[in-house]
Ligand binder design. Sequence first.
Ligand SMILES: *Cc1c(COP(=O)(O)O)cnc(C)c1O
Length: 494
Amino acid sequence: MAKPASDRPLRPATLLVRGGQMRSNLDETSEALYLTSGFVYDSALQAEQTFTGEAQHFQYSRFGNPTVQMLEARLAALEGAEACRATATGMAAVHAAMLSHLKTGDRVVASRALFGSCHWIVSTLLPRYGIQTEFVDGADLGQWKAAFKRPAQLVLLETPSNPMLELVDLKAVCDLAHEAGAIVVVDNVFATPLLQKPMQFGADVVVYSATKHFDGQGRVLGGAVLGSKKWIEEVLQPFVRNTGPAISPFNAWTILKGLETLHLRVPAMCRNAAAVAQMLEERAEVAAVHYPTLASHPQYELAKKQMSAGGTLVSFTLKGGKEAAFRFLDALRVIDISNNLGDAKSLITHPATTTHMRVAAEERARLGITDGALRLSVGLEDVADLVEDIAAALDAVGGETAPRKKPLGRMVVEETVAAVKAPPAKAAAAKAPRRARAAEPAAEPAAEPAAEPAPAPAEKAADSPRKAPAKRAAAPAAAAAPEPDLFQQGPKRR
Ligand SMILES: *Cc1c(COP(=O)(O)O)cnc(C)c1O
């Protein structure tokens, strides 16, 4: 019998390494990969009792799988959410979160600045089923207020947004949405659970593409939906079990391994991103830089309130339009051209001709996605190599006519990395009593995410819930407030 797990609440870094682990009776160190579609029973009676819910046993990997369950428990512990379901992709997570909750006649309000496929679901898919949808400018509280004059059932928003890194005031919009009768679904991909915890500001459901920072090494697709135990079990689980967006156990295992370094990778990528953002602001070829914690960001104060660092993405607009953007991209020698993000490798994309190509030109203009706009996902390379790569490519755009405003090099980078500030972590208490600051373990006992839920009544007859046959689970406890303390003061605009 293995030693008992810690009963103290654990901090985010520990949860990312150990949260949710279920060891088999073989006592393996690493999380086991249960690459199996189904499960067998000791007896006909056990099979019957599993299906009635009297016995706990895994049944079929579309309903649940031990490796996937470890991932779900780890993500729930990190987010400070009661429950989680992993999905095959981020889009499967967004789709399931919305379609499981909505029905004909319902009304959805969404921020306009959304990931392309999320925008398609709201603008094109939902209306086919008689669901009314309305877009608002996410940064404009007046538009949210106007939209909530009529009742609504669901809100979808992204903050910071893809690709122009616009912010939505989470607390204000959640309060308004709840008054109008809506649940709030936040796509938190850009911030990651380390930099922003939407549930602390009132969000009901948080969705992720695990493809991005969770794996973070360009290997597999995955997604996750987090929410209350009741909503996940009664609303989401019947939908995902019967429609089948299940994640492969192999992908879940790869993401579990990726999570073990999330707390090291994301802060390092944020430091690199902040340095790159500062360097870009000083270049004559650049018309504008968008990074939440630059002093020049129009929502800098809001960023300080709800994020603990600016994130791993930087967007910027080149003065010369599409031609300049393409010349710049083609001149890069380290940073790759790719529409992915959140990777150890720095990746850059031209949204107007790739990710947002299908968004109507007029809508693109409204979102600030001009032909000169670029979205850079900053990776883990030596930041000096990134800065040099970008500087050389900007030289290629501007030729001799656009001299640097200031010499560049390591000095700039180090000054930027030095500027840090404590995270805010305010609106926690009411919604999330189990959450604690990293430095002060919560007094309350650990939640037990591995413990299996009682089946929802409607589902008992069909098949029983998933279960944990393992000996024990490391007790992922109160997730702490955003840990990395990387808030970038922002350079003084010169
Ligand atoms: C990538 C992404 C998604 C979709 O995730 P997939 O894993 O590619 O399906 C959704 N929202 C945002 C903000 C993303 O960046």
